[in-house]
Design a protein around this ligand. Sequence first.
Ligand code: ADP
Ligand code: MG
Ligand code: MG
Length: 893
Amino acid sequence: MATATATATKKFVYSFGGGVAEGKADMKALLGGKGANLAEMSMLGIPVPPGFTITTEVCAEYYKNDRHIPEDVIPQIVEGIAKVEALVGKKLGDPADPLLVSVRSGAALSMPGMMNTILNLGLTDESVEGLAAKTNNPRFAYDSYRRFIDMFGSTAMGLEHELFEHALSAMKTERGVKLDTELTADDLKELVIRYKAIYRAHTSPSHDFPQDPKDQLMKAINAVFNSWMGKKAREYRRIEKIEGLLGTAVNVQAMVFGNMGNNSGTGVAFTRDPNTGENVFYGDYLINAQGEDVVAGIRTPEPISRLQEEMPQVYDQLLAIREKLERHYKDMQDIEFTVQEGVLYMLQTRNGKRTGTAAVRIAVEMAREGLIDHQTAVQRVSPDSLNHLLLPRLDPKAKERPVARGIAASPGAAAGKVVFSAEDAVHLHDVHPSDPILLVRKETSPEDVAGMNLARGILTSTGGKASHAAVVARGWGKPCVVGCDALVIDEEAKQASIQGHIVREHDFITIDGTTGDVYIGKVPTVDPEMTGDFATLMEWADEYRTLKVRTNADTPRDARRAREFGAEGIGLCRTEHMFFEDQRIVDMRKMILADTTEARVKALNDLLPHQRADFIGLFEAMDGCPVTIRLLDPPLHEFLPHDDSGQLEVAKQLGIPVEKVRQRVAQLHEQNPMLGFRGCRLPILYPEIGDMQVRAIMEAAIDCAKRGVSVHPEIMIPLIGTVEELKILKERAQALCEQLLSEAGLSIPYLIGTMIEVPRAALTADEVATEAEFFSFGTNDLTQMTLGLSRDDITLFMPTYLEKKIYKIDPFQSIDIAGVGQLIEMGVRKGRQTRPNLKIGICGEHGGDPDSVAFCQSVGMDYVSCSPFRVPLARLAAAQAALTNGGKVQRDK
Ligand code: ADP
Ligand code: MG
Ligand code: MG
């Protein structure tokens, strides 16, 4: 009956290359990035060796099906092979003239080197002879075969790649040569025999290297699917927070050969410099080599510009493709190519990973070139990547001289304690979590990512700009220098020598990933500036941004820096930071230890001039901008010493008995200081503390105003839970402000508002807003109190919580939208019910987190406030949030 056959089988296999393109670039979820772009390049008429992509859905099915490829997929694979055979004019397994293919992984998101690729599949004892005869190049044929046995053995059969590497090294030593390319055809033929012996000896159950290409192919496809759940791949997805993908696609593609002699080669390149963003063709190639040689960093490759001398025609063709790809994708591309006997083939293209510096420059320059518009430029740069432009640079005035120079692979300066293995990095971090680590290796491999992730910087002695270390470091915005020939590492002895200097484990080294320079010891660094393309992109962002961006700053220096980065005011000045220096802490302690109000007032009066001077500095630095000053917040015991000798010293300093200090410390001790005598509770009990601070603020404002500085003080009362608290404190503060202003005969616009950080304040925001003239969400405390989590006491369990996905993200880094977010949303809505024009912002750490900024935009806040170095990031995140919301603030919900 028709019903039995009517359901058309689903398409699991998509062909590309040789004029065919069944897929296209926007099918990445199904075909993986590699497969989708191979199809897209084919469509553009770019030479791509023919092949086909098995979809990511098959990978998902494979795992559902207990690691078996579903039956109905097999015929489509067979058909895919037949198409390739027809296009190439060779047959898989033909003993006289075999078709060889590569089997390549490729998920929707790029995971460089995380999964396995098998090249030269289809070679057997018989067909290798055919290939040798047909190409008249036995050296090439046996080189290809021994590579295939290695890759198949290590990838599909799980043998140690080192087994084969050792056999290769041994052969080179026996023959007295240094380079792989110096081995003869006979050497390689011998090597194949040894490789097959290794294969037989180490497979279990032991078996011979498979001689049926179809069998080879199916095993290889299985191996790629298996690699999706391999340790490396899972680790990478964990670190990169990659979730929700179906799996990897598998690309089976006709081989082209870069190892056919000196008119062949292979390379990788970026259409622009991925470090600086400069519009130059940037990359490496190797003559007479297969792809993985360049990426693995085993041989040090030549810069792409040399190709112009060696193969001018190929170089020109490559330049034309570079142009075409950029114009088509409208973004910087990362490409892989192979030249077979003078003929160029493209093997991959994808949007290139780049440093933050490069991201900004490329976006701005592409907009200037007319490839993209300003809006796209603003949306193209991820806010987090700006951290890279805000990295410290080596102090130009530093006198240290570099001892060596390697290849600048990922910019920024880093000084750290040297470790020679990823495991040692992990170990050092476990023991001394705050020690800066510098990972020094010959080369890195995917096994090293955990240690690399912990390092401040990475230095390798081999490898080029496309080596594993370089690619991964750039992705993470970590300073990295590779190919530093002068560095000789003795991994066993855990030491290295650089130009005669001996470096031992845990000695300091400094690297400059912008220049490639390497220094012995710790070189001083300086802070970055916002100029050039960076400033331009920020201006463009401001065209779309509706949220204001302020900064959290307690000193004029921080305030000025934040302003240079574009801050439009201070959202949080923490006054407690002003009580620790020199004489101030003494006066502060006097105040805390005072027996009478009178004595307390006297100590406060000594503090007043200091506070006033601090605020004058801040108002001057923020001339014309609002400055929110929070009254004293932490519990008082934080200002007293808890140990005997400290208490003895304070007693001596203040001329009081030590017993009294002890008593007061004991009295102020709290079981849970986060929920104790702090915030607004202090001035409710000791109004004179609040008076002193309010007076200092207003006198500073008056002083500035008299000198023509435009001041906009905002007095912020912390930890309000009920409107009554605010009412008492506001009335008193207001009375004092009015008195001071009328004495000065001035009128200065000022506001008195509150932090919303106790959940009850958010819940009763309509009431609180009857008094508050502004709200500032203190999301650190609000998160603590809403989740019942003390931020300082989560280190033991938070990693497990994140691993188990109990929290998807650390709620102290990014707002917990489902929980805390509801309180914020409600607080904003209820607050504005009472006071429609209530000014609302956020001043917790979240103010510098892009996702949280987007959330603040969506609930209709007026501003976010963050630390000075995150101001540019918040500006960009705010612009992107405005663009995603169509530029409209969604106030009514
Ligand atoms: P990765 O995702 O790790 O980059 P690829 O699938 O791109 O892995 O393969 C690794 C290398 O093998 C590439 O650099 C490419 O040069 C080479 N390669 C893959 N397929 C072919 C092919 N059909 N012909 C020649 N070289 C190939
Ligand atoms: Mg690749
Ligand atoms: Mg707080």
